[in-house]
Design a protein around this ligand. Structure first.
Ligand code: GRF
Length: 213
């Protein structure tokens, strides 16, 4: 493992991708979330359990409610959320930790363009669809409703335009006749967990180069 990269994983949900990364001993330096969530609990539990591989892992919550996020409103309906200040603060935190790769794994806050001007590393994302199809929060439901027989997942560089940055790796996942959004999403995540872990390990080991932005 070379020391040129320092990895932060950004989470906000169930954190099952992060859990797989921890189980596979991916050297994560930081887990950062925008609210208390299972992903943060998981990282803390592993550290407390004296798991040597995550002994140095640090956790940080940057609470988006402090920036006007209203939990009673829908995800994309946040008129009072100061997205710019949140994004600037997150970028500065990552820089202060010397993070070179920040990997969103179910991180559910869209970052403003200022983030990308400030953060000196590379932000990655994993999206549960075969981009450029089905961008946005409803990707799994949209693929299902469109009657797709195959969907999948995309690991890409995150840029100012949502779900549109250079693609690093994709994998296909079949849609089965009786699928619901939940069963299909879980099948996609079964592919995402090893795929994202592998891609990040290769980047950290210098075996894979990032595409240019
Ligand atoms: C994944 O499907 C990922 O593609 C999407 O959020 C989900 C995260 O799942 N961006 P989990 O929180 O790791 O279980």
């Amino acid at each position: 493992m070379n020391n040129t990269h320092r990895l932060a994983v950004l989470v906000s949900g169930s954190g099952t991708i992060l859990e797989h990364m921890i189980d596979k001993k991916l050297p994560i330096s930081y887990v950062i979330a925008e609210k208390p969530c299972r992903g943060i609990d998981l990282a803390i539990e592993h550290r407390l359990a004296d798991n040597v591989d995550v002994a140095r892992l640090r956790t940080k919550i940057l609470p988006r409610v402090n920036y006007g996020w209203d939990n009673s409103r829908k995800w994309n309906n946040q008129p009072k959320f100061d997205r710019v200040s949140f994004s600037i603060d997150l970028a500065n935190i990552l820089n202060s930790y010397n993070v070179t790769i920040a990997a969103m794994a179910g991180f559910m806050t869209i970052l403003s363009p200022e983030f990308f001007d400030i953060f000196e590393g590379t932000l990655l994302n994993i999206h549960p669809a075969l981009l450029p199809k089905y961008k946005g929060e409803r990707a799994v439901a949209d693929a299902l409703e469109a009657g797709e027989r195959v969907t999948g997942t995309t690991i890409h560089i995150a840029t100012k335009e949502l779900d549109a940055g250079p693609i690093i790796k994709q994998a296909k996942v079949p849609v089965l006749p009786d699928d619901t959004v939940d069963t299909l999403h879980e099948r996609i995540k079964q592919t995402e967990r090893p795929l994202y872990t592998q891609v990040l390990a290769e980047l950290l080991e210098g075996k894979r180069k990032l595409p240019s932005r």
